[in-house]
Write a protein that binds this ligand. Structure first.
Ligand code: F3S
Length: 428
């Protein structure tokens, strides 16, 4: 193969088939991918674990299963163990006969065999299905400066921005190849230059901006560029504590899905912004001012995809990306308080909170678990997007406080406060 980038002797040997034909194809794919983006070399993946985005056994993904089989049959396992995105179904989540029939007979018929393939290739554990693999309870937490081979956009933006790790917005399978061979192409967000901010965002709001709307506004404005956000520490503090991390998780997922942001810097808070200050801003960076009116404008621009927007919602999803333990506790307190205030015992519509299996386990050990169960809320490990991504589920009237879920499905966006009101007050 002809290539322009600089390869080490070991990398060139892999490419030339020293570790077998299948491994050579894996390396070739990564080299071609890197060259398409102007990569100058391949650099070692240094994180302890990988993370895969493809978690669902969709019947139509035959090429993926064939590819996995080729890797397994060639005796290849991933150099690093990996976690994977959440599963698409959970028997606990409210469903009906038709939905179950579609899920089990038509859509996710390959789930069990795909899970088995993941196990053979290097899945950390049967519990490692979540998009928030970086939660303490899950334990796939990269260190600052680690080079990663991940693809899940909400996890990539979190790892880059909050943890100071280095990862491009790769695609599914490419990230698996990087984990297998232990190298990724050197371009974009892996480089110092690519991590410079090309936008300065000035937050001038009169109250704490809703994380998911602020992220959405910034994502839609800067698209794949790197924003440096000023004025946010006034609302979320200068310490990366549980509150700030949860805020940035939700904010980042919105920047990554409503735009294509892979890295942001928060002045006075995130590691590289603290370390380098405004030196991390590139020359001639553009400026975007966000105030209350701008956030209102952005929120009002979201289309409502329901056939009948005036009808009451039928299902509510909270937890895309998956909730942290602290968020689960807060939501439990808020729902209990809201129900009490409104003289109700249970939530008014089927409501599902989603979190990583390990976070759910930890939550279930606390006194909050029984309180949440008493409100009628279901706790699940699924990905709401996967649950909704089919012709039957997408006809339902689903509400969410996730701007990612809103973007990719027919669900309707409400702020967390509005959602709380809807589920605890009753439906008009
Ligand atoms: Fe996670 Fe699924 Fe949302 S992977 S970010 S819960 S779309």
């Amino acid at each position: 193969m002809n290539y322009k980038m600089e390869l080490t002797a070991e990398q060139a040997a892999i490419l030339n088939g020293e570790q077998g034909e299948t491994m050579a194809k894996v390396m070739k794919t990564l080299v071609m991918y890197g060259e398409a983006f102007g990569a100058t070399k391949m650099v070692p993946v240094t994180s302890e674990k990988g993370h895969l985005v493809t978690s669902f056994g969709l019947k139509v993904m035959t090429p993926v299963y064939d590819l996995m089989d080729q890797l397994i049959n060639a005796g290849i396992t991933s150099k690093q163990k990996f976690s994977v995105d959440p599963k698409p179904v959970d028997p606990k989540v409210p469903s009906n006969f038709i939905k179950n029939f579609v899920f089990n007979k038509f859509m996710y018929t390959k789930q069990d065999s795909y899970d088995e393939q993941l196990r053979k290739l290097g899945l950390v554990s049967d519990d490692a299905y979540t998009c928030t693999c970086y939660m303490d309870q899950v334990g796939n937490l990269p260190k600052k400066g680690d080079v990663l081979s991940w693809a899940e956009s909400s996890a990539v933006v979190y790892a880059n921005s909050v943890l100071g790790a280095r990862c491009n917005r790769n695609s599914g399978i490419i990230e698996l190849f990087g984990s297998i061979v232990g190298y990724v192409p050197y371009f974009g967000l892996v480089t110092d230059e690519g991590r410079k901010a090309t936008w300065v965002v000035e937050v001038k709001c009169s109250k704490k901006p809703e994380a998911q709307v602020l992220g959405s506004a910034i994502g839609m404005k800067v698209m794949e560029d790197v924003p440096y956000v000023k004025g946010l520490t006034e609302w979320i503090g200068t310490e990366l504590n549980d509150d700030a991390k949860a805020y940035l998780k939700d904010f980042g997922a919105a920047t990554a899905s409503n735009g294509a942001v892979g890295l942001y810097h928060i002045a006075g808070l995130t590691p590289e912004a603290v370390e380098m200050g405004e030196d991390i801003i590139a020359e001639n960076a553009q400026v975007y001012v966000v105030d209350d009116a701008e956030l209102e404008r952005v929120k009002a621009s979201y289309p409502v995809m329901w056939k009948d927007p005036d009808k009451a919602p039928q299902l509510c999803f909270i937890g895309c990306p998956h909730l942290s333990l602290q968020q689960l506790k807060e939501w439990t307190d808020n729902v209990c308080e809201g129900l009490k205030k409104n003289g109700r015992a249970k939530v008014s519509i089927p409501t599902v909170f989603t979190a990583a299996p390990a976070v759910c386990d930890e939550f279930n050990k606390t006194e909050y678990a029984a309180r949440l169960a008493a409100t009628g809320v279901t706790l699940s490990y699924i990905c709401p997007l996967m649950y909704m991504n089919n012709p039957v589920a997408k006809k339902g009237r689903v509400i969410t406080n996730s701007n990612k879920l809103r973007t990719y499905t027919t669900s309707r966006y409400y702020t967390s406060e509005e959602i709380l009101d809807i589920i605890t007050k009753g439906v008009k």
